[in-house]
Design a protein around this ligand. Sequence first.
Ligand SMILES: C=C(O[C@@H]1C=C(C(=O)O)C=C[C@H]1O)C(=O)O
Ligand SMILES: NC(=O)CC[C@H](N)C(=O)O
Length: 917
Amino acid sequence: MFTPTTHHHPIESFSESSLKHLHSSESDHTNGNNVSPAKTCSNEKKQKKHKILFLDAYDSFSNNITSLLTTLLDDVDVYVLSIDSPLLDPTSPDFGKRFRRELAQYTAVVCGPGPGSPDNDADVGLMNYVWQLTAAEEADGEKGGEGGALLPVLGICLGFQSLVKYGGGEVKRLKRGLHGMVREVLHLPHGSGEGDGEGNGSSSIFRGVQPFKATLYHSLCGDIGQHEVSDADWEEGGAKWKPIERCPDLLPLAWVEEKREDGEVERILMGVKHMKKPFWGLQYHPESVCTEKEGNKVIENWFKEALSWNEKKKRVVVEVAEGERLAHQATKPSLLSMLQVPVGDEHMSFSTTSERNKMWWERMGTRPEHRSVTVRLPYGVQVSDVVEELGLDGSDKVVVLESANAAAAASSRADVRGRYSIIAAGLEEALRLEYHTGDEYATFKLQQINGLQVDLSERVFLGSYGGIWGLMASFHGTRSLGSGVELPDLPFLGGFIGFITYEQGLSDIDIRLETRPHHRPDVCLAWVTKSVVIDHSLGLAHIQELYSSDASLGDAAWMRSTADRLVSVSAHHRHPFLNDLPSPAKKVKTRHPSTSPSIQTPLIPEYEAKVKACQEFIAAGDSYELCLTDQTKITRPLSDMIPSTFNRKQQQQRRSSSPIPSSWHLYKTLRSRQPAPFASYLRLGGATLVSASPERFLTYNRHGRCSMRPMKGTVRKSEAVSTLEQAEKILHVPKEEAENLMIVDLVRHDLHSICGAGHVEVSDLLKVEEYQSVFQMITVVEGQLPPTSDEKRYTGLDVLAASLPPGSMTGAPKKRSCELLQQIEQNSERSLYSGVVGYMCVSGRGDWSVTIRSLFRWDDERVTVQGQGADSQSEEEHEVWHIGAGGAVTILSTPEGEREEMFTKLAGPLKVFADLG
Ligand SMILES: C=C(O[C@@H]1C=C(C(=O)O)C=C[C@H]1O)C(=O)O
Ligand SMILES: NC(=O)CC[C@H](N)C(=O)O
């Protein structure tokens, strides 16, 4: 039936050789983006730049500060050293000397924000040694000038509190934390009375600055006796300030007046200056997206003060070769630049390289070519119809990434209204990359070749790749379609599709995992060479294939036969909204009680106690926001276990005779109940995922433009809240906006770590969107990958590797929050939930969603259930489904509110079992 020349046949196009090499890659690095180009600097110029050392206390906003310093100040490079850098061990005998030698290389130091308290030495690490520097010590040789080892320092938030403590002040808890709150910072514009420690009055770093609004992220605050001053004296600020005995050297510069519920005003210190040393501190976050630009003047003034202090003290900053510096650049090197093997030589690292394995390796074709057939789908045909027509609904290897809200666009005001859906086909013959977090090797697997069962598997040791991400980058690198190639404008042409678990994300941020009782993959990606991309707006299906021209692989027979099937596929359900509701036949089937699912939801008192535990950590300064989650377990008789050797007819018979709805049925029900832009159905690597995710994690295009879309702030639809306007009223309140803002600043930090200073911007802040059962607040953060040489280039994988686990599922600061959540959630694995699902196309594009509003199970997780009644002697194996749900806990949360939010999110996926029995 495949006759491209007949006019009646609805084939739109057939393209086999549309990939022209353009011999120009220049245009690829710019995409009309309006971010400033990377600062380029020759080595010679680099020598002359000022260098600032940033001491990183594991905050999730650090890179935003380094970006601000780099872009705001003239000719500045920022280097980063963590507060507990193993390169500078305070217990080693030559620590003091080594530390001073390192510091001598910088114009100034910034001590950053972070979790914890200055009362805990481990939380501030090296900061303590910075404050203790003296003019009596030598810096490095004689270079320190009159200032000895001293150098200008700015403390921010935790760094500020650490300075207050050093100066004799106390660090206390605020009446209530102010995370993500935006407040007006008050100060004396002319800053009289501020000295440089030797009576030479220098002007305040707040000089010439109008009062401005700034974001706060703290639970703790500095007390230098400011509450002991009368209001009248305080209003006159520094002029009337008389230091209290225990902190004689600290001068207040700025403050926030916080009116509390008890009517009292808390005078919260926002800026201090040390009178004897060139040290300043700011409690607010100058780098937050919501801190007003006026606040930048404070940073500029600080740097001017720093330079003039150095000049006055004749301090000479020591120049060293790059390799001698202990601190590193703020931007991470690209995954490809870290490889110790040539890109694409993975088979060299196979644990056993037999000729046979070499052959299948080569068969996986580097330098693929792309061809496609486009057909018009008959009216009303849905993604599910296509999946079923292709017989994928019963397969144990299938991936469907569906824009399930495309059809429901009319009823939804969600702005991500997916246009495309992607169906991966032929996964039995696709190479699969699997990695269990913590292993030293990854495994490539191949089940079939030309329909023959081969079950090949080959381990690749990761040492020379710098880890799993390096291997992925290398593999992808040789299989990508070069940047100078003209490609069809589709989201996916072929490439990696799969999932990454939350636990892999934890290990990416150096969190150790408890020993786990299984060996399931945490990274599971299929190399998809056959796929169908459905364009919902045009009603087209693009049937496409990646092939190796040199491997003489087939003759496009699969594309042709698939095209034939799709042009005649019939829609099972004409009306998009009624589509895929469970068929009545399924519903009326009577079932033995033991076949009903058994459901175990989180216990209310326990969940509420966990919310309180989160809030206690937040009040102590250990976290600003914690995304608490819990899991519901559903056990039911085995559903999907249909032998893959069955033909399509046998499979269908088996399925229709089984009283247990298959996972595909669960998916169809969920996607019709909750049409979501990032719905997905996956069976891969022993996992089955049924997802109705509304949240995009990360997408990137061929030109390195990246976009993340954190979602925070949820309100359930009800009679009282049914319109967008009503939802906006509820969500545009400080609590919800703060929740979102914290994750926005965190996501900016993650993006900055790859895109670099000045290449990240927020394009849509705090926007409310409508979904089927909830309203959600989202923000769009965008970044541009740096241009580099081809073999060291950055790709979307760099951003993905640097940003997991998704910040919206962790809270901030990410690392400490995840550690606390491990404790609070009692080390229970989140697994697929809180991870990501998506693809990395050979074109360089990618799109990943956060795995939420979903259910998943593992093939190897079974429980034995005792039969009931007459069957009580019998034992039956049941499968176990998991549904994760939760929400962000802040200091303003209530245990009841959080519990309700968790149950609201759980309700949709859970009701699928109730609907289907
Ligand atoms: C934790 C979940 O959702 C996350 C938490 C949200 C919130 O706190 O408002 C919103 C979207 C997700 O990032 C979940 O769906 O289980
Ligand atoms: N952002 C920060 O540095 C916070 C500092 C400290 N952990 C607090 O909560 O007060």
